[in-house]
Design a protein around this ligand. Structure first.
Ligand code: C2E
Ligand code: MG
Ligand code: MG
Length: 758
């Protein structure tokens, strides 16, 4: 399973405005380009219409000149024709050539009455006969005596020639022709081609045309077009009316500005002047604007991208901070909750389990060696666990020394057990941080998630419950959650709640101290009491201190609670003092967490001062199990306490791993042999138990010895026999309420006095 990545939602934040900008930019750009093109088209139309109008006038004038020339030529052709007619046939070709030369014409041909050429200036034409519909045939079959036509292409020579036809009196007719270029030369300044090419010279004009009423191109700057008929519909339409027209459209397959201007001669439309101009300039401008637009858009994209990237990086950093633990770099609790919610939803029906890994002694290490050291340990811990994380396992740091492994797709419970063992095995070897070696004790609480719906809190609670059973059981380093644990958990919650009330002073009577006498073995004299905390829960009845002190330690309530206990014990001492029992000591149990607090010695001294008692009446009991792990720190504090006269008891001796050698160095005055050693004693001569070894060893190093849990006379006898100093146990007295403790003390003292007197 992969750690969570930045969600796509975050990218959407940048993408949507960008798409918006692109759309707006696209629409605005298109409108702008369209308007720009319109503007240029309008300007072009105006410009080319101006040009065309000017030239249409020239063309009109030229047409006028052409008319004159045509008249002259018609006359010239008539003279030549009539000159031939006047001659008497038969003609010969030489005569025709001579006449042509004389009359300054180019073609003279004689057609017989069948319409066949019988004499011609050009011998190639002899024998030619016009087909039906040909201008020659048209004249041949007409009633006309003579006819002078316009310029047309000759069917045989393909030259452009102006022809005149003249009927001969005895049948047949004469055809006289003048070459078109000669017509042109007659026209002097009228040269349509010249005018057209002049137009072509202006601006971006690509083609200039003169078109007749049948849409035939009479003149064109592109000579290949002459004679062709225009097929483009837009152009045809534009030439039909009497109005000037200008537009952008296709002409000869090319997109051009086109203007069409009618040309008049003597109020008669004689044709249309058409101009087609290139759009390249406009296109270029439009292209430039488009490029510019694209460039701006690109710049916007780039800055948006940059901003997005910066913001993404920032978000990523925040995400990292929000979802990861800065110390170990592992996903944190927030992440755990989100990832689990997602996985539980997605992978319904799959096997899933939550493993809660806890380091039992981390709090103490942290307190003794400081947070820097603690941090190093946690980092190492994270790295170690990370090293066994594989596919289908997610690792999180839940809180201080708690790590969570979420596992999917495992085989069965045995795989989880195996994984738990692998985790604890990681910590078999001690840690070395800053030249200090530490052993970490690791436990794993496991909860499996089947098909039933469970909240993440529930799962964490279950894992944490199973964890607490590991801590209690001490036999295995892991435990699976079972339903009974839930009840225990609820019980713990009730106790925690009630302890909080006690601390807040809301429920004074629920919490009190009982005092169990400490009696000298030799003469049964009460020399002091051990103060034992009691909690009478409204809901649960009497709760053992083993249970509620453990909860107070776990829930960080032991410091305020410990202070309450100390204060009450000191008040009891003061009451005893007031009653005249000056030498009676009261021993108070101290949690190691209290002892490890920096200000513990000051707190104790203050309480003593406030209650106005003598420090030598107060004794503190500390349990053996944790002392030797943190020997130097604790010993230092004990020394300080002893300096003000407080005696120190080493409680539950024999249950820990104290080395006798170190015991000598430890700043304690009294050693309390744990009850388990006493309960095994069968009679006063029992040699199987080691209690007597403990007593003699303790005496050797100068310690007083107290035997705990003395219930039987035989045990007492054994202890007496082995020189034990003090006993404590039901045999003499159970722990007692304050008044009863004072009563028993009084009785004991009276008894003592009696014995003394005796
Ligand atoms: P401990 O300090 O070793 O206290 C002795 C325990 O043995 C007490 O249990 C006492 O009632 C019990 N006891 C005494 N004589 C006999 C006997 O003859 N037979 C049997 N079976 N038991 C005997 P209790 O009061 O339940 O306390 C249990 C433990 O809770 C204490 O063990 C101590 O570790 C802790 N504790 C009690 N009060 C306090 C407190 O005020 N502060 C702290 N930190 N721990 C406390
Ligand atoms: Mg004790
Ligand atoms: Mg004890």
């Amino acid at each position: 399973m992969n750690p969570r990545k930045l969600k796509i939602d975050n990218i959407k934040v940048y993408l949507l405005p960008l798409i918006g900008i692109t759309i707006v930019f696209g629409i605005m750009g298109s409108i702008m380009l369209y308007s720009l093109e319109e503007h240029f088209n309008d300007r072009a139309r105006e410009e080319y219409l101006n040009i065309a109008s000017g030239y249409s006038l020239s063309l009109s004038k030229a047409a006028e000149a052409e008319e004159v020339v045509n008249d002259l030529l018609a006359e010239k052709l008539s003279i030549a024709g009539n000159a031939v007619i006047r001659e008497v046939a038969p003609f010969d070709d030489e005569f025709l050539k001579r006449t042509a030369l004389l009359m300054e014409v180019d073609v003279i041909e004689i057609y017989n009455s069948d319409g066949v050429i019988i004499n011609a200036t050009n011998a190639d034409h002899l024998g030619w006969k016009a087909e039906k519909g040909h201008p020659v045939d048209n004249f041949f079959i007409s009633d006309l005596n003579s006819y002078v036509g316009g310029v047309r292409q000759d069917s045989i020579s393909k030259y452009y020639i102006k022809y005149g036809y003249f009927r001969m009196p005895l049948g047949g007719f004469v055809q006289v022709g003048v070459m078109a270029d000669k017509v042109g030369s007659f026209l002097g300044n009228f040269e349509m081609q010249k005018l057209l090419s002049e137009i072509e010279g202006t601006n971006e004009v690509r083609v200039a045309l003169f078109i007749d009423s049948e849409n035939r191109i009479i003149g064109s700057t592109n000579e290949d077009d002459v004679g062709n008929v225009i097929m483009d519909n837009e152009a045809i339409e534009a030439m039909q009316g009497d109005q000037e027209q200008g537009f952008v459209g296709h002409l000869f397959g090319e997109r051009l500005y086109q203007v069409f201007v009618p040309v008049y001669f003597e109020n008669q439309k004689i044709g249309t002047l058409g101009i087609g101009a290139s759009m390249s300039k406009t296109d270029e401008i439009i292209r430039r604007f488009s490029y510019m637009g694209l460039l701006i858009l690109f710049a916007i994209y780039m800055s948006a991208l940059l901003m997005g990237k910066l913001s993404y990086n920032k978000d990523k950093k925040f995400m990292k901070l929000a979802y990861h633990d800065s110390l170990t770099g592992l996903p944190n609790q927030v992440y755990l909750r989100e990832a689990l919610a997602e996985n539980l939803r997605k992978n319904k029906g799959k096997k899933k389990a939550l493993l809660l890994v806890n380091c039992d002694n981390f709090k103490i290490i942290n307190m003794i060696l400081g947070y820097d050291y603690g941090d190093e340990i946690l980092k190492e811990m994270g790295d170690k666990i990370k090293s066994i994380v594989e596919k289908d396992i997610m690792l999180f740091r839940l809180s201080a020394d708690r790590f969570v492994l979420y596992i999917e797709n495992y085989r069965d419970k045995s795989e989880l057990t195996e994984l738990s063992n692998r985790i604890t095995e990681l910590f078999i070897r001690p840690f070395r941080v800053k030249d200090t070696i530490k052993y970490l004790t690791i436990q794993v609480g496991i909860t499996e998630i089947g098909d039933e719906e469970k909240s993440i809190d529930q799962m964490l609670k279950e894992a944490s419950l199973s964890l607490s059973t590991v801590v209690e059981s001490k036999s295995e380093n892991y435990a699976f959650f079972d339903k009974n644990m839930d009840e225990r958990m609820q019980r713990k919650e009730v106790i925690e709640r009630e302890l909080r009330q006690v601390i807040q002073g809301k429920d004074e009577s629920a919490f009190y101290l009982e005092y169990q006498p400490l009696v000298t073995l030799k003469d049964r004299r009460i020399i002091g009491f051990e103060a034992l905390a009691r909690l009478r829960s409204k809901n649960l009845g009497m709760v053992s201190p083993v249970e509620f002190i453990g909860i107070a330690e776990h829930k960080h309530l032991i410091i305020p609670l410990g202070n309450i206990i100390l204060k009450r014990a000191c008040i009891f001492i003061r009451d005893l003092n007031l009653l005249g029992y000056d030498s009676i000591k009261v021993a108070v149990n101290i949690s190691v967490l209290q002892l490890l607090k920096d200000d513990f010695t000051d707190v104790v001294k203050n309480i003593i001062k406030e209650s106005g008692i003598n420090a030598s009446n107060l004794e503190l009991e500390i349990t053996e199990s944790v002392i030797f792990e943190n020997f130097d720190v604790i010993n230092e504090k004990l020394k300080e306490l002893k300096a003000v006269g407080i005696k120190i008891y080493l409680d539950d001796f024999g249950t820990g791993y104290s080395s006798l050698h170190r015991l000598k160095e430890l700043q304690v005055d009294t050693l309390k042999i744990d009850r388990s050693f006493i309960s095994h004693i069968r009679d006063e001569y029992d040699s199987t138990v080691i209690a007597r070894d403990i007593i003699s060893m303790a005496h050797r190093v100068g310690l007083t010895v107290v035997a705990e849990g003395v219930e039987l006379e035989s045990q007492k006898a054994y202890l007496l026999m082995n020189d034990c100093d003090i006993m404590q146990g039901y045999l003499f007295s159970h722990p007692l309420r304050e008044e009863d403790a004072i009563s028993i003390l009084r009785e004991n003292q009276d008894e003592g006095l009696l014995q003394h007197k005796r």
